[in-house]
Write a protein that binds this ligand. Sequence first.
Ligand SMILES: Nc1ncnc2c1ncn2[C@@H]1O[C@H](COP(=O)(O)OP(=O)(O)O)[C@@H](O)[C@H]1O
Ligand SMILES: [Mg+2]
Length: 214
Amino acid sequence: MQIELLKSDAMGRIERVSDGERCWIRRDTRCARLGLRWFARTAAAREARVLAALAGLDGFPQLISWHEGVLERSYMDGEPMQQAKPSQPAWYRQAHAMLKQMRRRGVAHNDLAKEPNWLQRANGMPGIVDFQIAWWRPRGGKLFRLLAREDLRHLLKHKRTYCAHALTPVEHRVLARRSWISRAWLATGKRLYKLIARRVFGYWDNEGQGRVRN
Ligand SMILES: Nc1ncnc2c1ncn2[C@@H]1O[C@H](COP(=O)(O)OP(=O)(O)O)[C@@H](O)[C@H]1O
Ligand SMILES: [Mg+2]
């Protein structure tokens, strides 16, 4: 068994595990900082529920197991957005289609402003990871729809950075329209989040690399 540490913080560890034949990702919350262990475990349990709701969809990690604070999910070969800098319109078309599939399954991701949560897979197509703060609302609802729209806005912001020429007039309009939720976030939530994250984790954004587009 080969284990490679991808990330370690107060919420636990992310490892890539390989047994020679297969390769998968393990989120281990048992080593989260003591005061945060319950929180880390709750977030991982949420991720397990969301991944189960996305089972079978291409480009999303598949849930392998969730047991005693350890979540295992399939590995997708590829590079995070901040390295790959996807510039092909096809990548964004596919990413948009993935957001629609997510929405149909009742999932809003809520953390897609972070570049490291997007991958460009080895086949050139997008991948989405990190469902710790995602919502699973099979019955939808107003707030769910708003959050799903925020997911799309975040994708379009990345598109504006790496593939601006392919933005359509409708997409420009979506970007220009700010929802009350993102305004409230910028006004208050983001500051509070930065403060807490700095205090607790020693960083605020995203594994110290890649940008966050709010
Ligand atoms: N299934 C996966 N396939 C490939 N890479 C992954 C996968 N899951 C995570 N990674 C890589 O590990 C990093 C950390 O995983 P993530 O789930 O985002 O943890 P965290 O919640 O701590 O940010 C990701 O940004 C990504 O680069
Ligand atoms: Mg992440």
